[in-house]
Design a protein around this ligand. Structure first.
Ligand code: BTN
Length: 248
């Protein structure tokens, strides 16, 4: 096991991603996982904050893949699959992935992934894979749900952590060897085949989500054009079921 071979546990931290970044810069070998009971400055994608009270699972893993920065998109998007698999295995409820980095139960957000790369002298030095899951209590964020509420039963944070590390580790071993089953992604996606509205910076487009590229980009057909969505830091997406406009 690489991811999780060294686990550091903390009570309250600002952000596990920031702490692991600091360790990475200090030369910490890959495989470190830092888990916190709560965060005071948890971060999500697009500069959003990530509410992190006790009862959630907040972890960050340090890896040093021989990737270019372009491959970070792939890691962000496809890493949702092993995490969703772990949540489903432990909770018994169907967990889907919503491009680019959300984990959902019946359209409500149960968790998210924040992958951040740190470069040194023009090459990717290391990557932090941050995972945040709403496990217990009310996440207090519109459109979100806790895994316990969705499952209707109590869940053990440690069992969940071990399942996530297990699936993330075997996913990581495969993806660095260039093997990853994109069909797994397609089966778990809540977006593919649906009409979506994408906000890219100030621009809005609507169309049908057709497929996922092997680089992790989502391809949407809008007004007869194939549009590649690949800028995760500035794109937000929502499914607009029933809408036919912009698609076909
Ligand atoms: C998102 O949905 O935008 C991603 C949320 C990722 C949150 C996790 S919690 C552990 C790690 N530390 C952080 O500050 N963020 C990630």
């Amino acid at each position: 096991m690489l991811i999780g071979k060294h686990i550091v546990r903390k009570d309250e931290v600002a952000s596990t991603n920031d702490l692991v970044k600091g360790r990475g810069k200090d030369g910490e070998p890959e495989g470190l996982v830092l888990v916190a009971r709560s965060q005071t400055a948890g971060r999500g994608r697009m500069g959003k904050s990530w509410s992190s009270p006790e009862g959630g699972l907040y972890l960050s893993a340090l890896v040093r893949p021989n990737f270019s920065t372009k491959e970070l998109l792939r890691l962000t998007v496809f890493a949702c699959v092993p995490v969703a698999t772990a949540l489903e295995e432990v909770s018994g409820v169907r967990v889907q992935v919503k491009w680019p980095n959300d984990l959902e139960v019946e359209g409500r957000k149960v968790g998210g992934i924040l992958v951040e790369g740190v470069s040194k002298l023009n090459h990717l030095d290391f990557v932090v894979i941050g995972v945040g899951i709403n496990v217990k209590g009310d996440p207090g964020v519109e459109g979100s749900v806790s895994l316990e509420e969705a499952a209707g039963k109590d869940l053990d944070l440690e069992v969940l952590l071990q399942a996530i590390l297990h699936h993330l580790d075997s996913f990581y071993t495969k993806i660095i060897a260039g093997h990853f089953d994109e069909d797994d992604y397609v089966r778990r996606s809540s977006v593919l085949g649906h009409y979506v509205e994408a906000k890219i910076g100030n621009q809005i487009l609507e169309g049908k989500a057709l497929y996922i590229n092997s680089d992790g980009a989502l391809v949407v057909r809008s007004e007869g054009l194939l549009i590649r969505l690949g800028h995760v830091s500035e794109t937000s997406l929502r499914v607009v079921e029933g809408s036919e406009s912009g698609g076909t």
